[in-house]
Design a protein around this ligand. Structure first.
Ligand code: GDP
Length: 197
């Protein structure tokens, strides 16, 4: 999966531009600056998301990449920009809602959360959308190297507790660092599994 080519497939600003159903899909979500580009680059071993790097205020879109003709990786725009106008946020929410409710090939959304912060209110709002749409999601803690082991364990346990009653949540919370490589192999293994479903 990660040894073969990783090709940019499509940038999707509106729902009519979605690529047709083909391969299984895994989407990456998280607030801006959570470490999404770094994580995807660490996973794929290349600068996959560099060209889509988050710039506050730019048009929000879904970006699709194809991994080794096996899995589509979907980069969801980072949420939590104060700079984005309300009309653009409303437009984007409609696009996301349509994507999430109709995408039968979407196997899971990986929701990235900074290990230093844990789940915040706007993360929980995002998770509620997934729960309402019955879209399976899993939390991945990022930047684990930035916190001491004791604090990391606390955030991990708190996160699991907050997810426990959420119907579409995967019970396992992964811990990763793009800096040290912690958890990257485990994440690759779960993407392999999702690609085979
Ligand atoms: P994105 O906006 O979610 O795509 O976030 P980026 O991948 O651009 O990362 C935001 C900042 O966090 C950058 O300065 C990265 O170098 C830093 N960063 C990302 N992942 C890690 C990590 O695992 N460990 C550390 N120490 N820094 C990280």
């Amino acid at each position: 999966l990660f040894a073969g080519p990783c090709d940019f497939v499509a940038a999707v600003p509106t729902i009519d531009r979605l690529p047709p159903f083909s391969l299984p899909e895994v989407a990456f979500a998280g607030r801006s600056n959570v470490g999404k580009s770094s994580l995807v680059n660490a996973l794929t071993g290349r600068n996959t998301l560099a060209r889509t790097s988050n710039t506050p205020g730019r048009t929000q879109q879904l970006n699709f990449f194809e991994l080794n003709k096996t899995l589509l990786l979907v980069d969801m725009p980072g949420y939590g920009y104060a700079a984005v106008p309300k009309t653009e946020i409303a437009r984007w929410k409609r696009v996301m809602d349509q994507y999430l409710s109709g995408r039968v090939t979407l196997r899971r959304v990986l929701v990235l959360i900074d290990s230093r912060h844990g789940l915040k209110e706007n993360d929980l709002e995002e998770l509620t959308i997934f729960d309402h749409r019955a879209v399976s999601y899993q939390v991945v803690l990022t930047k684990a190297d930035k916190v001491k082991p004791g604090a990391l364990t606390r955030v991990w346990e708190e996160t699991k507790a907050k997810l426990a009653k959420r119907p579409a949540s995967h019970p396992e919370v992964m811990v990763t660092s793009s800096e040290t490589g912690q958890g990257i192999e485990d994440l690759r293994a779960s993407l392999h599994l999702l690609a085979s479903l």
